[in-house]
Design a protein around this ligand. Structure first.
Ligand SMILES: *Cc1c(COP(=O)(O)O)cnc(C)c1O
Length: 397
């Protein structure tokens, strides 16, 4: 009952609003939430047919109509064949590894990936005989040197958190395919509104829907996008068996979030660029990390690979931890929280929060200093964000 059956030829913003919706006989305009754990059958024969064919709704651990709309919409935006939604971003990463790896396999991962991803690889996958080697995100030679005969996945996020370093997705996809590996890109920071990893050769795209897909800090969830065999069969098989599926309510929040994704990512990017340029003029600031700045060492790659520079900006304060904490504590508008991708701007001290579990040496290698501050630019007026930070800058003299 959708007036538009095939949204494939529509533009990105149109797909973000329209893809995946199927109207019921009620003629609803907005997508309904199917809060139901199971589904009924017309008769015993239909029940038997659904169970034996594996198609059609049976139980919401397997499929749910609201979750399906979100999955189809995100797949349409990323340009992937299919998408499977998960209960969190971490569940998306776990499901990918459980479905595609076996004991004796090897991962090469960027060292600058989400901290819990490193814990998942090191504490849990290692117990099942899957080893991980970490390399610097932007060092193509290091990636190549780390690949072993048993390497199956190259894993990365770009831009990285919190230093906004970029990976050359095209070059790493070529490298992965030369060595019979898959390139997995966590596209959480850019979202498909700013970066399309499949167009650059990536095999799988991971999302934490918790961040920009929701966009207002409400629900935890995630997704994997990719081809029908790996995602639609292998990863889906793990999910319906092990159960870290997305709830219909959270799927609904995310699919409504996707409708405004294009506008929000543009606004986040504009605010972050304005903040980054302004921060560069502050005497207390030693260095600003933002791919949209001409001073960013990979600015050209960012312009080529992304259609916007994203909402995250980090900077080093000359005064170390004391200065960072002074600046953070002086804010009243920015929220002191480690989350990101929200309409509300957030401010974080990575060295003592998101990266606090690393040793000082590990932090030094990763380039995360005591004076580093990360901001996720929200949707408030930039002038108000600047005024909020200025209070702290005045205290720093
Ligand atoms: C938050 C985050 C994750 C984990 O997602 P959850 O939804 O918190 O499980 C993975 N990757 C990146 C880049 C993230 O920011």
């Amino acid at each position: 009952m959708n007036p538009i059956d095939d949204t494939a030829d529509l533009g990105f913003a149109s797909r973000a609003v329209r893809a995946g919706q199927v109207r019921t006989q009620e003629g609803e305009h907005a997508e309904p939430i199917f809060l139901t754990s199971s589904f009924v059958f017309a008769n015993a024969a239909e029940a038997a047919a659904r169970f034996s064919s594996g198609t059609g709704n049976i139980y919401s651990r397997f499929t749910n109509p609201t979750v399906r709309v979100f999955q189809e919409r995100l797949a349409a935006l990323e340009g992937g064949e299919t998408c499977i939604a998960t209960s969190s971003g971490m569940a998306a990463i776990l499901a990918t590894c459980m479905a595609l790896l076996k004991s004796g396999d090897h991962i090469v991962s960027a060292n600058a990936v989400f901290g819990t991803t490193v814990s998942l690889f090191n504490q849990y996958l290692s117990k099942f005989g899957v080893a991980t080697t970490y390399v610097r995100l932007s060092d193509l030679r290091a990636w190549e040197a780390a690949i072993q005969p048993n390497t199956r996945l190259l894993y990365l996020e770009t831009p990285s958190n919190p230093l906004m370093e970029l990976a050359d997705i095209r070059a790493l996809a070529d490298l992965a395919h030369t060595h019979d590996c898959l390139l997995v890109v966590d596209n959480c920071f850019c979202t498909p509104a700013l970066q399309l990893p499949f167009r650059l050769g990536a095999d799988l795209v991971i999302h934490s829907g918790t961040k920009y897909l929701d966009g207002q800090g409400r629900c935890v969830g995630g997704a994997v996008v990719g081809d029908r065999q790996r995602v639609g069969t292998d990863i889906y098989g793990f999910l319906r068996t092990a159960g870290p599926t997305l709830s219909p309510f959270n799927a609904w929040v995310f699919l409504k979030g996707l409708e405004t994704l294009t506008l929000r990512m543009r606004a986040h990017s504009e605010a972050a660029l304005q903040l980054a340029r302004w921060l560069e003029t502050q005497p207390a600031v030693a260095r600003v990390y933002y791919p949209g700045l001409a001073s960013h060492p990979q600015h050209e790659l960012a312009k080529r690979q992304q259609s916007g520079f994203g909402g995250i900006v980090s900077f080093d304060l000359r005064g170390g931890r004391e200065a960072a904490w002074t600046l953070i504590d002086a804010t009243r508008l920015l929220s002191i929280t480690a989350n990101l991708g929200d309409a509300k701007s957030t401010i974080t001290h990575p060295a003592t929060t998101t990266h606090g579990r690393l040793t000082p040496q590990e932090r030094a290698v990763a380039g995360i200093g005591e004076g580093l501050v990360r901001i996720s630019a929200g949707l408030e007026d930039v002038a108000d964000l600047q005024a909020d930070l200025e209070r702290g800058f005045r205290l720093l003299g």
